[in-house]
Ligand binder design. Structure first.
Ligand code: SAM
Length: 288
């Protein structure tokens, strides 16, 4: 359980000075972030080939958020699980900071320290426990943003999380999220087996499955756009999830045995393996 707290970067959010803020958080979903917090903070941007700090990688999502903002002109943009604030920084550079308040919500203190250093206003809280009032002042409208966070909920936690997010949004508000998911269910099965092997509860849906779960939770997918894939390397995964060489070797053999070692999303490499996380950008509307 994370305490209810407004992070110090939060004071920078002018729109909140007159509003109530930072008064909620909630239980952290699914799994404890555990060993992963070791790669949070200033070094996070270098993980996974710099995927999460690469402006070119972020471009399709930033453009989609900008287009969603232009269509609805909401007063607050909230990045759910926004980490170091990289996406909000990109949006600020694209001029959005002059037109809307930009708020990052994340549960990792190290990520929030990095966000504060980048001048991004943040609230410490969990995406499955926060309340709207903690990030959107009363009477204001919001655009919701998220990249690469839904999988933290695990399979059982995904539907409750989608419902919780829907309950925080007002009907007609938009949620633009870039989520790891796979066109082919067998590729989702492969990545899910890999992550189970790494002792994490993270879980990736197939595209059709995610569409159904979004709809059941009150989110209508208006469009689904391509986004760059993320190349996972077993060395980095070992660092991120606290796995030694023997464990990596065991996972390598077990996934190759079950799914083959030269597949679309999992490939053997000398002494390790590579895997690909596929992403889609989902433009979703909150429906009643
Ligand atoms: C893969 S990183 C992505 C960071 C950021 N969205 C980006 O794309 O640059 C996932 C982020 O989700 C955060 N996170 C994981 N579970 C969370 C939860 N239950 N509530 C809030 N943040 C969470 C982590 O701390 C981390 O910063």
């Amino acid at each position: 359980m994370y305490p209810v707290a407004a992070h110090r970067g939060f004071r920078g959010l002018a729109a909140f000075r007159r509003g109530r803020a930072g008064e909620t958080a909630g239980a952290v979903m699914g799994e404890d972030l555990g060993a992963e917090t070791g790669v949070h903070g200033a070094s996070w941007g270098r993980m996974h080939g710099g995927y999460f700090s690469d402006p070119a990688v972020a471009r399709p999502l930033v453009d989609a958020v900008r287009a969603a903002w232009d269509a609805l002109r909401p007063e607050v943009v909230v990045d759910l699980g926004g980490g170091t604030g990289f996406l909000l920084s990109r949006l600020r550079e694209a001029g959005l900071g002059r037109e809307a308040a930009l708020v990052n919500l994340d549960c990792s203190p190290a990520q929030l320290d990095a966000a504060a250093a980048a001048g991004v206003a943040s609230v410490r809280g969990s995406v499955d426990g926060f309340r709207r009032e903690a990030v959107v002042p009363a009477g204001r409208s919001a655009l919701w943003l998220m990249r690469s966070v839904l999988h933290y909920a695990g399979e059982a936690g995904l539907a409750p999380l989608l419902r919780h997010l829907r309950a925080q949004a007002k009907a007609g508000e938009r949620w633009v999220h870039q989520t790891a998911c796979f066109e082919r269910p067998e590729d989702a099965d492969c990545l899910n087996a890999l992550y189970r092997g790494m002792r994490t509860a993270k879980w990736y849906p197939a595209v059709a499955d995610l569409r159904e779960r979004l709809s059941a939770a009150g989110w209508r997918a208006v469009s689904v756009l391509p986004a760059p894939a993320l190349r996972l390397d077993s060395g980095e995964l070992g660092l991120r999830y606290g796995l030694d060489e023997a464990e990596i070797a065991g996972i390598r053999e077990s996934i190759a045995g079950a799914f083959g070692g030269r597949g679309e999303v999992f490939r053997l490499r000398p002494g390790g393996f590579q895997a690909d996380l596929h992403y889609r950008i989902w433009i979703c509307d909150a429906v009643s």
